[in-house]
Design a protein around this ligand. Structure first.
Ligand SMILES: C[S@@+](CC[C@H](N)C(=O)[O-])C[C@H]1O[C@@H](n2cnc3c(N)ncnc32)[C@H](O)[C@@H]1O
Length: 258
């Protein structure tokens, strides 16, 4: 999407995010998973914290939560939902502007890593995260696991589709997306057309990576895979799993060197 920047997604979706995406993944199971790998009262850095869908329940569960987001509109929503400031919101890019310090767990949920739309930016994110993990810290990524079969079936040609997200007598929201398997880029727009208000565009784009690509990035950043689940309920991951939750730790060599 031409003209798209790190803040574009959040700024375009902040007003509808809680309504549209409240149930995209199991919040309780995600918080349980994070608690199970984080010491009681430990620290969590969430990359792309958004409106706090996950961060607020993590803080309520007794964890110290810092959330980074490139969109001031998303962080404004988080602040509105969190009058007691239980989550520390930091405006910044999740590669170039991560806060200093070390965290027991770094979480990047719901495809947010793929908002970094090149393999180089994703690699740089792994490097920055590795710098901020405590010696026994964990990096947790929850994302779609692209199927090699689907990927091959696309035979290299870009495909596009239009679907109806919602429809009423005076309003329709269309989802338009385009997938280029040669670059692994998927980009789209939600187009909201209302009789009263005209047209509202909400653009998004991701660069999906396979689990093998992610493990390679992790390895180059000095991280090693410790667990991979098929979802936040910790079901086993296999080649047919549509999603994955991957947990990396600093490699032994890296811990010894630090
Ligand atoms: C899909 S939302 C996920 C929000 C939240 N983690 C959740 O699970 O509901 C992705 C978030 O990442 C933020 N984001 C996208 N690119 C970013 C970047 N380069 N640096 C920091 N935040 C970014 C967006 O503004 C948005 O709030």
């Amino acid at each position: 999407v031409r003209g798209f920047t790190a803040s574009s997604y959040g700024d375009a979706f902040a007003d509808v995010y809680d309504e549209w995406y409240a149930e995209v993944s199991d919040v309780t199971a995600t918080v349980d998973l994070v608690r199970s790998i984080t010491p009681p009262g430990g620290s969590v850095l969430e990359l792309g914290v958004g409106t706090g869908r996950l961060a607020l329940p993590m803080a309520a569960a007794g964890l110290i939560v810092v959330g980074v987001d490139a969109s001031s509109k998303m962080l404004d929503r988080l602040a509105q939902r969190d009058p007691g400031r239980t989550v520390v919101g930091v405006l910044g890019d999740m590669v170039d502007q991560l806060p200093d310090g070390h965290f027991d767990t770094v979480l990047c949920a719901y495809n947010t890593l793929f908002n970094l739309t090149s393999i180089e930016r994703q690699q740089a994110c792994f490097v920055e995260v590795a710098e901020r993990l405590t010696p026994s810290g964990r990096f947790v990524v929850e994302a779609v696991a692209p199927s090699p079969v689907d990927h091959a079936a696309a035979s290299g040609q870009p495909t596009s589709s239009v679907s109806v997200r919602s429809m009423a007598a005076d309003r329709v929201v269309l989802g338009i997306d385009r997938h280029d398997p040669s670059t692994q880029l998927v980009e789209g727009q939600f187009v909201e057309i209302t009789e009263a208000g005209g047209v509202r565009l909400r653009p998004w784009q991701i660069r999906y990576s396979t689990v093998a690509e992610l493990d390679s990035m992790a390895g180059r950043a000095g991280l090693m895979l410790v667990e991979r689940f098929g979802d936040v309920d910790r079901r086993p991951f296999d080649a047919d799993s549509p999603r994955h939750v991957s947990v990396w730790a600093l490699s032994d060599a890296r811990v010894t060197a630090s």
